[in-house]
Design a protein around this ligand. Structure first.
Ligand SMILES: Nc1nc2c([nH]c(=O)n2[C@@H]2O[C@H](COP(=O)(O)OP(=O)(O)OP(=O)(O)O)[C@@H](O)[C@H]2O)c(=O)[nH]1
Length: 156
């Protein structure tokens, strides 16, 4: 997992000193009724372009995780989500940023998927065939695998 370190919440960040502030990110794990989950590729021009991730983005000032997720998923993939179910929070220390990822499960939405930033998308199953997966998205595959009693999260 080059270039990123998963750190337990409360651990001191690896770079930038103790004052390095985490950037809050809201991330959606969209679950279809058959259990498939949505992966999208990071658009050109962003760090880790082309890597597979779960859709989402940074919180804007004053937003809650759910508000940010609702806005980001509408802006980026064209859907309006129903409830966002808070799931797990993970701190990831990248060279470019320290991010706090708040993952939410989303089981219902309206609208058709429309990749508004030129991303690719895939309804994925375990083991995940899409590659490469963003380091900060890999643990989610393990969590899903654990929930489902599935032995291997990726094909690698
Ligand atoms: N959306 C998303 N971001 C993730 C995941 N895992 C992970 O480490 N991240 C990190 O969280 C941050 C999200 O930033 P972003 O650039 O996608 O967010 P954004 O759309 O608001 O960015 P912008 O400033 O370009 O508009 C990135 O540093 C990204 O590497 C994931 O599964 N989904």
């Amino acid at each position: 997992m080059s270039g990123a370190t998963l750190v337990a919440d409360g651990d001191r960040p690896r770079e930038g000193g103790p004052d390095r502030k985490a950037i809050d990110v809201a991330v959606g794990v969209l679950l279809a009724t058959n259990g498939d989950f949505l992966l999208t590729s990071r658009p050109e021009g962003k760090v880790y372009a082309g890597y597979w991730e779960f859709p989402g983005g940074k919180l804007e000032a004053g937003e809650t995780v759910e508000q940010a997720l609702r806005r980001e998923l509408h802006e980026e993939i064209g859907i309006v989500i129903a409830a966002a179910e808070p799931w797990r929070v993970e701190l990831v220390d990248y060279p470019h940023a320290l991010v706090r990822l708040s993952f939410c499960k989303v089981r219902a939405w309206t609208g058709q998927l429309e990749m508004r930033e030129g991303q690719r998308f895939a309804w994925a199953t375990l083991p995940v065939a899409q590659s490469p997966v963003l380091p900060g998205a890999l643990p989610v595959l393990d969590w899903l695998a654990a929930e489902r009693g599935f032995p291997g999260a990726t094909c690698a």
